[in-house]
Design a protein around this ligand. Structure first.
Ligand code: SF4
Length: 689
């Protein structure tokens, strides 16, 4: 062992900090991380990385890592052996299943874990506990984008690759800030603009760096993107700039769509969105003149009550203009976590089986019933959000949560805490003792990506392998290993000795993965699903057919839904989002010294107008109050935000300043994704400075 520790080892891994999916070699000596070395062979990033990928890794050696299982004894947690923890889980969960049935349990997977981990989580739910109550944390971010695309083009994923984006004539970014959220992808767009004169339109409440660089910056009223998207599409059709042949040959429901579009005149859109007619006409002209348009969007679109419908409106615009199925065109939801795409593909969703096969599809279900040896109900299970509602009603008794800090990340934290406290038996599996772990009965120590083998699927549907660079710290274990042990406690012996075997099973059961194998993914190799048996993949979707039985896409337009109605006293609109340096709730990046040094605390951005009206300066302390809770922050006065709009980063260090103390329970009308972006607050001054 001593010999090994003095040797420098290079291991290929895939970054875990965002959906771009950069890969690189990590140089280690013992547990020491020496450096990150990207390579020209890396399919997404080549020699680029960002600050998180390059410097964000020392959390793996944090002394705050969970290194043994913990069991609650009254108000305390005591360390336990794996055997004790697992047998307690087996006993309690069997009791709940036998007493109330499998539907009294809920399973939550994470978009940070591997495909193999997520696949086993849904298998545990469906086979061992015989319930479809399984979901993952994309419920909090990207489900509406998936829903809007499934309704229109048939696959819930990016339609092309990140490289394709660079070849578009026009890129439109809506409600996303790739400079901070998806840095390496942002670099590609910046470079294409500089080198090839690619045009850029940004629609966002916040005038962030990408907005500064744009040719046209749109600042619509909060939550109103659907309206200007529909109005621009209508204007394009009225001008005869649409792609008639494409629509006739490849898209259904055009007549209905035209009928729905009628009310979306420029005048109506001007009134609802606050954009000018000229801005919308300019947008239409730029789409008309461009050789290929890509639309990229993020949580500024999805975390609204009309998130799904707005995502569909984006697809409609692209369908009407023939912007699918060719390079430099298409729809690009920007997946936040490294494996948002993968965890959904793996069927940790209450109405989807692995490989994007519908639970309601009898043939697909029959295949899994045969493989699992149980009958699977065609009825969708509970989403994360519904799980908590069912706890309140007394129907859901137990949850098993993997890699997800629900107490921090879900909206309306105070309510979430009450519900988690009511669970009869709660298991949390994570790398750190999270806020959510405080509510658990058993806490299981998991290994982060550098300590395990597996695959991630990035935002462009690219499956890549990561290799184990470090031994699991202490008694921590890879998630797939832990899930398998729980299944064993319940009497089901799966017998996987390596994640490779799990991927083989996925390939057998999910046609879009049928040609995926660890051999084909060796080293820097990657595959973009759907992957045929012979190993041919499909980086560019929809060249021949959309993913519906008749091969045709569908227009889908829903009525615009007004944003959440608040009482008048809540007079400020609270927007929120990412910062470059941090990853989500900050559980990992807050443990990274370099990042903590650069950015020790979160803040609220206040417009110069509001600052002068309220007597605020840079550094003033304020209290923000919503109907759900309050937080305290310092101000930064900046013209990145306008008028009565505020911006707070979502990476808080403590509950004192955590955004979700303020967010409410209303969600997207189709997927229940919380409308985080539609939060209103009032402000009280604590100290001017
Ligand atoms: Fe990691 Fe994303 Fe940065 Fe690439 S862009 S290094 S995937 S955080």
């Amino acid at each position: 062992a001593a010999m090994r520790e003095t040797r420098t080892k290079k291991t290929k891994t895939v970054c875990t900090f965002c959906g771009v999916g950069c890969s690189f070699e990590v140089w280690t000596k013992g547990r020491q991380i020496l450096k990150i070395e990207p390579s020209e062979d890396a399919p997404v990033n080549s020699v680029s990385t960002c600050i998180k990928g390059k410097f964000g890794w020392d959390f793996v050696n944090s002394d705050q890592r969970l290194t043994t299982p913990l069991i609650r004894k009254g108000d305390e947690f005591v360390t336990a052996t794996w055997e004790e923890a697992l047998s307690l889980i087996g006993e309690k969960m069997s009791h709940i299943k036998n007493t109330y049935g499998g539907n009294a349990l809920g399973f939550v997977s994470s978009s940070k874990t591997t495909n193999e981990d997520s696949y086993l989580m849904q298998k545990l739910a469906r086979q061992v506990f015989e319930t479809n109550n399984v979901d993952n944390c994309s419920r909090y971010c990207q489900s509406p984008a998936t829903d809007g695309l499934l309704a229109t083009v048939g696959y819930g994923g990016d339609s092309g690759t990140i490289k394709d984006i660079a070849s578009a004539g026009l890129v439109i970014i809506i409600g996303a800030n790739p400079t901070e959220g998806h840095p390496v992808l942002a670099t590609r767009v910046k470079r294409a603009k500089k080198l090839y004169g690619q045009k850029l339109i940004v629609s966002d409440l916040r005038r962030h760096e990408m907005a500064e660089r744009s040719d046209l910056y749109l600042h619509p009223k909060q939550g109103s993107d659907l309206v200007w998207l529909a109005a621009v599409t209508k204007y394009i059709i009225d001008q005869g700039w649409h792609d008639e042949d494409f629509i006739r040959e490849r898209v259904n429901q055009y007549e209905d769509y035209l009928h729905m579009l009628k009310k979306y005149s420029l005048e109506y859109a001007e009134e609802v969105t606050g954009l000018s007619k000229e801005q919308m006409i300019k947008t239409a002209e730029m789409i008309h003149e461009a050789d290929g348009t890509c639309v990229l969007w993020g949580m500024g679109v999805t975390q609204n009550i009309a998130g799904s419908h707005t995502s569909a409106a984006i697809a409609n615009l692209l369908l009407a203009t023939g912007n699918f199925g060719r390079p430099g065109a298409g729809a690009y939801p920007l997946r936040g976590h490294n494996n948002v795409q993968g965890s959904c593909d793996m069927g940790t969703l209450p109405q989807w089986l692995p490989g994007n096969q519908r639970l309601s599809d009898d043939a697909a279900r029959a295949k899994f019933e045969e493989a699992y040896g149980v009958s699977i109900s065609p009825k969708a299970g509970f989403t994360n959000i519904e799980m908590l509602q069912e706890v309140e009603k007394g129907n859901l008794k137990s949850m098993y949560l993997m890699g997800e800090d629900m107490a921090w990340v879900d909206s309306n934290s105070n309510h979430v805490h009450d519900m988690l406290g009511k669970l009869e038996f709660f298991v949390v599996q994570d790398v750190f003792f999270t806020k959510t772990a405080q509510f658990a009965d058993v806490v299981l120590p998991a290994s982060p990506s550098l300590e395990k083998d597996g695959t991630f699927t990035n935002t462009e549907r690219r499956v890549q392998r990561l290799y184990q660079a470090l031994e699991p710290m202490g008694e921590s274990k890879p998630d797939w290993w832990i899930i398998q042990q729980i299944a064993r406690q319940m009497g089901m012996d799966w017998n996987y000795s390596h994640p490779r075997e799990i991927m083989d099973e996925i390939a057998r059961l999910a046609p879009i993965f049928s040609g995926v194998s660890y051999d084909r993914l060796e080293g820097w190799n990657s595959l973009v699903w759907p992957v045929q048996k012979d190993g041919s993949d499909e980086p560019l979707l929809y060249t021949e057919r959309f993913n519906f039985p008749d091969s045709k896409a569908r227009f889908s337009l829903a009525e615009y839904v007004q944003p959440v109605d608040y009482e008048k006293e809540f007079d400020l609109i609270l927007n929120n989002g990412r910062l470059l340096e941090h990853f989500h709730e900050g559980n990992m990046t807050n443990k990274s010294k370099g990042i903590q040094y650069k950015l020790p605390e979160v803040f609220v951005e206040v417009s110069p107008e509001l600052a002068s009206e309220r007597g605020l300066q840079d550094g003033s302390s304020v209290r923000l109050i919503s109907p759900y809770g309050f937080i305290k922050l310092r101000c930064i006065v900046t013209d990145r935000v306008k008028g009565n709009e505020l911006y707070v980063p979502m990476h808080s260090v403590s509950h004192e300043n955590a955004i979700n103390m303020l967010t409410g329970s209303v969600g997207d009308v189709r997927t229940q994704t919380p409308a985080y972006k539609q939060t209103k607050v009032r402000m009280e001054l604590i100290h001017v400075k």
